[in-house]
Ligand binder design. Structure first.
Ligand code: NAD
Length: 297
């Protein structure tokens, strides 16, 4: 078992740290929010007084924070306090440039570092069924893998520094675009007099098949577990989808990639969020499309 320092004990980090405790690791944790510290303590995490104190004894450090600015801040704060042989992992979803800069903070000291964002949501964090997509050196990935697999069921090494974030952002851009595609198809089907069941039965067994259709199906009925059946309670909140879509557009801009559908999908989720729907599942965008706003006539 390892001694692990875990910083950021929120909706994702809390249950992830709890799963490390269950896997018999010695876990010390820190969060700026008292409620997050309290919940983690109940799950068996030893609470430290600061990020620096969290990492002092740790062989492996995991950060799970809201954005790249905070990750860079925390990684800067702990740099002088980590043990010489420590491995540092960031599992937050952040922009590729910040991820690469975070790796760079430990380049001179020679510490192993990894960007390892996740998919699977809070349900996956609780059930330890997350998928990790990792960027960093082979030795960093090899050392991280058993730790990651205590919090998830799959870990994919995507390439060098930043490659994990790049994979995460590209994947979620597919999801954002395809959800709007699926929602538009149901809106058109409704106008043409098709039942939701008929369209679902055809598309789910034809070339329209995709995650947005079969997991977060935007209409109630065909997929009993989809958020549409519970008034669009997430699931995957539209505000988080928007965050990831914006990361894809930042990356498209800085790398010079053309992503016209990504850009349009980002605008639509942005409008949807600004209308106050950020806390609904991202599949609720179908209600906005039915209204005709932003989607043309
Ligand atoms: P969250 O807001 O619940 O948790 C973040 C935690 O970080 C909070 O408890 C906050 O108090 C803490 N924090 C902020 N600044 C800090 C600091 N300087 N030091 C210590 N703690 C600090 O968010 P979450 O849902 O757990 O998401 C975390 C990350 O995981 C995000 O980057 C998110 O995009 C990503 N993610 C979330 C989901 C999801 O479904 N929630 C899925 C995949 C990826």
């Amino acid at each position: 078992s390892s001694t692990i320092g875990f910083i950021g004990l929120g909706n994702m980090g809390g249950p992830m740290a709890a799963n490390l405790v269950k896997a018999h690791h010695k876990v010390t944790g820190f969060d700026v929010a008292p409620a997050a510290r309290e919940a983690a303590k109940e799950a068996g995490v030893v609470i430290a007084a600061s990020a620096a104190e969290t990492v002092a004894e740790a062989d492996v450090i995991v950060t799970m924070l809201p954005n790249g600015r905070l990750v860079l801040g925390v990684w800067n704060e702990i740099a002088a306090h980590v043990k010489p042989e420590a491995l540092i992992i960031d599992s937050s979803t952040i922009d590729v440039d910040s991820a690469r800069n975070a790796h760079g903070l430990f380049a001179a000291s020679g510490h192993l570092t990894l960007d390892a964002p996740v998919s699977g949501g809070t349900v996956g964090a609780q059930a330890a069924t997350l998928t990790f997509m990792a960027g960093g050196s082979k030795p960093a990935f090899a050392r991280a893998e058993p730790i990651l697999l205590a919090m998830g069921k799959r870990a994919v090494h995507c390439g060098e520094a930043g490659a994990g974030q790049a994979a995460k952002i590209c994947n979620n851009m597919i999801l954002g675009i395809s959800m709007i595609g699926v929602a538009e198809a149901f809106v058109l089907g409704e106008k043409l007099g098709l039942t939701h069941e008929a369209l679902f039965n055809v598309a789910s067994t034809s070339s329209g098949q995709c995650w947005a259709l079969t997991t977060n199906c935007p209409v109630p009925g065909p997929v009993p577990t989809s958020p549409a059946n519970r008034d669009y309670r997430p699931g995957f909140a539209a505000a988080l989808m928007l965050k990831d879509m914006k990361l894809s557009q930042d990356a498209a801009l800085s790398s010079g990639a053309a992503t016209p559908l990504g850009a349009h999908a980002t605008q639509l989720f942005d409008l949807f969020d600004k209308l106050g729907h950020g806390n609904e599942d991202f599949s609720a965008i179908i209600r906005f499309l039915r209204g005709g706003t932003g989607g043309g006539n």
